[in-house]
Design a protein around this ligand. Structure first.
Ligand code: ADP
Ligand code: MG
Length: 239
């Protein structure tokens, strides 16, 4: 689903250049549930933004679902994003003056789906998130967990192949974080590839593969069985 080879990215501000990604090689198969960890400033968001075609890279290549993602017009990037990617953010990024239903329906508005039809579909997705009764509430009337469920419904409505989530539980308490992770796990089990950025070990341990960024490269890439083993060790240590 995601093939990255020799990816480099620098930010240039004034006379300074900051080399953030220094040769990332990464393959993620369809249906994987992956977390990306690393200390603050290690380039997690930079990588996720490149994967989401929200930012360009300098060198290397990136293929998404077989398509070479290189410098392209904003129009073409938007078309790929709409077709392939759903985004979930730490701060939810809901539109404050639109209710939950309208927020979920928004991607369909951009696809020129009629209001009646998009509201009907949005209601189905809200219902799947257990939020049908909250459809006509504004974001400021929802709890953090409810807001993130609205955001997940919005990410799913355009039937993406990949969900990219930058610290999706970063603004939530532990209990709510686990609930949101359970929802993402269910979404993953329906076949959608999921990448989340997190700096919380217990959250990362709920995914099937943990990738750690350090000094601009992938320093660690731990898979399923090993993740389970780590969970068991953590459990044994805590009991
Ligand atoms: P993380 O998400 O792992 O905390 P980021 O990818 O946000 O890290 O940032 C990596 C580095 O790049 C940091 O030093 C950050 O200050 C810098 N950086 C991020 N975005 C920009 C930008 N748009 N312009 C200049 N520097 C940036
Ligand atoms: Mg970040």
């Amino acid at each position: 689903m995601i093939h990255i080879k020799g990816l480099h990215k620098s930010y240039i501000t004034g006379n300074n250049s900051l080399h953030v990604l220094k040769g990332i090689d990464l393959t993620i198969a369809p249906g994987e549930f992956v977390s990306i960890m690393g200390s603050s400033g290690s380039g997690k968001s930079t990588l996720l933004n490149i994967l989401g075609i929200l930012d360009n890279y300098d060198n290397g290549d990136y293929r998404l679902d077989g398509n070479l993602i290189a410098k392209m017009s904003e129009k073409k990037a938007a078309a790929f994003r709409n077709q392939l990617i759903g985004f979930v953010f730490q701060s939810f990024n809901l539109i404050s003056f639109k209710n939950a239903l309208e927020n979920v329906a928004l991607p369909l508005y951009y696809q020129q789906v009629s209001r009646r039809k998009r509201n009907l579909i949005a209601m189905e997705y809200l219902d799947r998130m257990g939020l049908a009764e909250w459809a006509h509430h504004m974001p400021n009337e929802l709890s953090g967990g409810q807001k993130q469920r609205v955001a997940i419904a919005r990410a799913l409505i355009s039937k993406p192949k990949v969900i990219l989530a930058d610290e999706p539980t970063g603004a939530l308490d532990t209990q709510t974080s686990y609930e949101v992770m359970d929802i993402l796990k269910e979404v993953n089990e329906q076949g959608i590839t999921i990448l989340i950025v997190t700096h919380e070990h217990d959250i990362a341990a709920m995914t099937n593969r943990i990738i750690r960024l350090r000094d601009g490269v992938i320093a660690e890439d731990i898979r399923n069985g090993e993740v389970k083993k780590m969970k068991e060790l953590a459990f044994a240590a805590a009991n």
